[in-house]
Design a protein around this ligand. Structure first.
Ligand code: FCB
Length: 457
């Protein structure tokens, strides 16, 4: 018997979580354009940096690309119906800039805009709140060819794109976020080189991070000026950072990592300044007024949480899994980290707006057996992280909703199709979708919370 066999297959939420997560707390699932849409050359879409990057030899596992992905561009109606059957109250998706504006500046592509227009209406018809993100890593390749995020004017092009989306969808969206995880774009894309555009240039990465934040500020400014009604925000990936030992070196290294990973994005947006830390080597060129633009008030923060980070100067650090183990990505499952990070934000940022957990989920080597996928560890993961959110709310953090990552198995960037994060299984040869046991648990949990609330009303 393995430890997994001991997991309860239908864990119930505690009394605290049932009370804290009752409506109007929102339950949804998240996806991103390049990871699910496919149809890479259809409907007038221009190429993005992920098309270019994924087609370069050696960049992704098995050379996998998002050319077809989950074929959501053609199957979106069925996918919305599926969300409805699962009882989802909200759906977070991203808009592919190069579908809306193929070259990232200049001409708009009506066919691409119409795709998102129909998607939003279909969600609303089913009573599912549409939450959109403008940038989930897929810069139009034409802008990259001109210098990409290393160039300041890319931020102004982004604001034009944001304005267009705001004018078309802004009255129907339940929220509109600018960037998804700008740390990934800056550091993984321009310093580590593991994500598009695949550069390894640390000083440039610092400048990119500033242009991303500037573009966020400029977009918010534009959307406000246009009177867009949707609440506006940004989505940041965060983790608590722990020193692997109590040595002064390790503690200093952990503080630097936290400054680079969390405070580098939180402080400009919510304090109007970049953090000072002796371990930060590269700092961007910042023009007068930039930080005022970046720190204009926003309506919500999206928090993506997957695992905690261990830091050591002296020895390589291994994940230290507790009973829930590590995911198929090798990430330690640590639900307390979600609670702790929410509490830290609540403490450190007095002007913190309402928070949505915009991503949280795990990859597992799921198998389809006779039309079913049993994924007890994902159920345990979901259950434990929802309890963590409830604890943070009980301690006073204004968390308004939770989006599981992801609605369905999809293209996991450099890991290609090898990693399955979905509560819905996707057979990539037939595109058949099969809700996993976790999807059914999620559906029943949402329904129970709604019934409980109705019973009180
Ligand atoms: C996040 C990304 C998302 C997905 C998950 C696993 O960093 O925002 O697209 O890849 O990780």
């Amino acid at each position: 018997m393995s430890a997994h066999d001991l997991l309860p297959s239908r864990p119930e939420l505690s009394a605290l979580a049932s009370a804290q997560l009752a409506p109007p707390f929102l339950f949804g699932a998240a996806t991103a354009a390049y990871q699910i849409e496919g149809a890479a050359t259809e409907g007038g879409r221009g190429p993005s940096i992920w098309d270019r990057f994924s087609h370069e030899p050696g960049r992704t596992v098995n050379g996998d690309t998002g050319d077809v992905a989950c074929d959501h561009y053609h199957r979106w109606r069925d996918d919305v119906a599926l969300m409805s059957r699962l009882g989802l109250q909200a759906y977070r998706f991203s808009i592919a800039w190069s579908r809306v504006q193929p070259a990232g500046r200049g001409a708009w592509n009506d066919e691409g805009i119409a795709f998102y227009d129909r998607l939003v209406d279909a969600l609303l018809e089913r009573g599912i709140q549409p939450h959109a993100t403008l940038y989930h890593w897929d810069l139009p390749q034409a802008l990259q060819d001109a210098g990409g995020w290393a160039r300041r004017d890319t931020a102004f092009h982004f604001a034009d794109y944001a304005g267009k989306v705001g004018r078309v969808l802004g009255d129907r969206l339940a929220s509109l976020c600018t960037h998804n995880e700008p740390w990934c774009t800056a550091v993984l894309g321009h310093e580590v080189g593991k994500f598009a555009p695949g550069l390894q240039a640390p000083a440039l990465a610092a400048q990119v991070s500033h242009h991303l934040l500037l573009s966020h500020g400029l977009a918010v400014e534009r959307l406000r000026a246009d009177g867009v009604r949707a609440p506006l925000g940004i989505v940041l990936n965060q983790s608590p950072v722990s020193a692997a030992s109590a040595s002064a070196e390790d503690r200093a290294a952990a503080a630097t990592e936290y400054a680079r990973f969390v405070r580098w994005y939180m402080d400009p947006v919510f304090k109007g300044q970049y953090p000072e830390d002796p371990g930060i080597v590269h700092r961007p060129r910042v023009e007068p007024g930039d930080l005022a633009t970046i720190s204009a008030p926003i309506d919500l923060l999206g928090l993506n949480y997957y695992t905690r980070i261990w830091v050591s100067r002296s020895e390589p650090v291994q994940p230290r899994p507790d009973a829930l183990g590590v995911t198929d990505m090798g990430w330690e499952i640590y639900p307390e980290g979600l609670r702790d990070q929410l509490l830290a934000l609540h403490r450190e940022y007095p002007n913190l707006p309402p928070v949505f957990i915009t991503e949280n989920g795990m990859a597992e080597a799921d198998q389809l057996h006779e039309g079913q996928v049993d994924d007890p560890r994902r159920v345990a993961y979901l259950h434990a992280h929802l309890e963590a959110v409830a604890q943070a709310r009980a301690a006073g953090v204004d968390v308004r909703g939770y989006f599981y990552w992801s609605l369905m198995d999809n293209y996991e960037w450099d890991s290609g199709y090898a990693k399955r994060f979905g509560i819905v299984h996707v057979d990539y040869t037939t595109q058949v979708r099969t809700p996993k046991a976790s999807a059914l648990w999620y559906r029943d949990t949402i329904a129970r919370l709604q019934e409980r609330q109705a019973g009180r009303g």
